[in-house]
Design a protein around this ligand. Structure first.
Ligand code: CTP
Ligand code: MG
Length: 519
């Protein structure tokens, strides 16, 4: 018997190990898949989605919320299934021995379950709250780190600390609320367990006195009732973990269920080169706050068009709708005769090269920042850089093209960032159109000269639209389109427009005249 007992213990240990390991593996795989799914879905969301979602929300979704789901595994909800099985066995056993006392025990178990369900429902609500506060904290931190220079420059560190105090307090309060519910939960369960034993003593004791029940049976009942309430309490405990997971799952699936922007059925994947036309285009980021109003113009193949206008006139927005970061509300944009809403976004972005006002630099080598991981030979990367005169500054970096740039390109200058983004656009060889949103930041005359030369190389032989902030850029354009408060008010060449004495000539007087043209 002793040997058998020993054997049972060994088998039990091994089985337990296998069980734990299995749940761990399942949990980890699930988290792995979930993180991948979330990340992949984000990549398919449009720019508008990111405009309205805080980074912290996204960070806490992919880390904390996914972890919370894993708790179901490590916290042993699966193991809890064993509890249900043993509870059923105990109840059947008790019913066979004495059904009236068994019903009493069963009744109390039901009361416990109901109480547990009610409280855990509250807990779920509290967990939702906690999760969203955690998202706020993450978002706050992200912003405070990104904006550290501005914060320190304006001595805002104290104020920002106070602001952090507020979000932090809200998070604490949310956590405390959860903890309070939990503190009510456990004693209540204990009390109900004790009450069950008390009721058994009361009724069972009476039966024993009247010789309707043996003392042995009563003791057996009290012990088994205890063994029944333990799994029930345990189960309720697991339910609390489960509720947290459900709150997180709700958040995750709210995201995954959002239709991806690229799922709009636009599939035409070959764009014929040809005229680009804006035909009575109206666009608003929100509601009826029109940013583009009835914009119409055409750009013929090979033409170089400059777009000028005051700050906020809608110039950058014009590009955003052209490459379908956003879809317009009224009118049509056609590329080679085809409505761009029917064109696959990937194809549009492959064929149209865009350089933005504030280029983004990724953590990684200079070479990687040009190729963005696309398979291209290092020759092509270097040729692209050389073509736009970025080569000389890159070679001066330690390690040249292998020099590792830091987050957001904090270790190179604004002008250098621009040259890098030119090289990037050049390396991708856009064949239909090149769009360039000229940076507003001023650079020294020497860099300015290099950037201008670089820009000319970039647009050479290409249809191009340049949003111009520099007089020298405008002078190289075949035609100028003047955008004013979202409307095209004038078009023509530099001299034609000057002669009209309209918006352009005013802009010219105010903005361009004093600026040095490239020699
Ligand atoms: N806008 C917006 N939501 C965005 C981007 C811009 O509501 N995600 C609004 C701005 O408030 C602005 C208008 O759109 O009033 C036009 O912005 P934009 O096209 O960026 O102006 P630009 O002409 O490019 O101005 P700048 O010369 O300063 O680059
Ligand atoms: Mg702009």
């Amino acid at each position: 018997m002793a040997l058998l007992w020993f054997l049972v213990l060994v088998v039990n240990g091994l089985a337990r190990y296998a069980q734990l390991q299995l749940t761990n593996v399942i949990g980890q795989r699930l988290m792995f898949n979930l993180r991948n799914a979330i990340f992949a879905h984000w990549q398919r969301m449009g720019v508008a989605f990111f405009d309205r979602t805080a980074v912290g929300e996204l960070v806490s979704l992919i880390s904390n919320d996914v972890d919370a789901i894993n708790q179901v595994f490590t916290g042993g909800l699966i193991l809890g299934v064993g509890n249900v099985v043993s509870a059923v066995f105990i109840i059947v056993f008790l019913l066979l021995i004495n059904w009236s006392l068994a019903l009493l025990v069963l009744g109390m178990a039901v009361v416990m379950l109901v109480a547990a369900t009610l409280i855990t429902r509250q807990m779920r609500q509290a967990q939702r709250w906690t999760r969203s506060r955690l998202g706020s904290i993450n978002g706050f931190i992200q912003e405070a780190v990104s904006g550290v220079t501005t914060i320190q420059l304006f001595n805002a560190d104290r104020r920002i600390r106070d602001d952090f105090d507020v979000v932090n307090q809200e998070y604490s309060r949310a956590n405390l609320h959860s903890a309070t519910l939990f503190s009510i939960f456990l004693p209540l369960m204990n009390w109900l367990g004790a009450a069950t034993a008390g009721l058994l003593l009361w009724f069972g004791g009476g039966h024993v006195i009247h010789h309707l029940l043996t003392l042995g049976t009563l003791v057996l009942f009290i012990q088994f009732a205890e063994r029944l309430t333990t799994p029930v309490r345990d189960l309720a405990d697991k339910l609390a973990i489960f509720q947290t997971a459900v709150a997180s799952a709700e958040r995750i699936f709210a995201l995954l269920d959002r239709a991806a922007t690229d799922a709009d059925g636009a599939t035409t994947s070959v764009i014929q080169p040809g005229v680009l036309s804006f035909d009575h285009v109206w666009f608003a980021y929100q509601g009826e706050d029109w940013v583009l109003r009835d914009v119409s113009f055409e750009v013929a193949p090979g033409e170089k068009v400059a777009i000028v206008g005051a700050t906020g006139a809608g110039k950058s927005s014009l590009i955003s709708v052209l490459i379908r970061f956003y879809d317009i509300q009224k009118g049509t944009i056609r590329l080679g005769g085809e409505d761009i809403r029917a064109l696959d976004r990937r194809e549009i972005r492959r064929r149209i090269g865009v350089v933005f006002q504030d280029p983004f630099i990724f953590t990684g080598t200079v070479g990687h920042n040009i190729s963005l991981g696309e398979s291209m030979t290092s020759d092509r990367v270097e040729q692209a850089a050389a073509a736009v005169y970025a080569d000389s500054f890159i070679r001066r970096l330690r390690g040249g093209y292998d020099y590792v740039l830091h987050e957001r390109g904090s270790d190179i200058s604004t002008g250098q960032k621009q040259l890098l983004s030119f090289a990037r656009a050049f390396a991708f060889e856009p064949d239909i159109l090149l769009v360039l949103d000229e940076a507003t930041a001023s650079v020294d005359p020497e860099t300015e000269r290099i950037i201008q030369a670089s820009l000319l190389k970039l647009v050479a032989g290409r249809t191009s639209i340049i949003i111009a902030h520099r007089l020298s850029t405008i002078e190289h354009a075949d035609r100028i389109i003047v955008l004013h408060k979202g409307q095209v008010v004038e078009t023509g060449t530099h001299s034609e427009l000057l002669a009209r004495q309209g918006v352009y000539s005013r802009l010219y007087e105010l903005q361009y005249k004093d600026r040095l043209a490239a020699p």
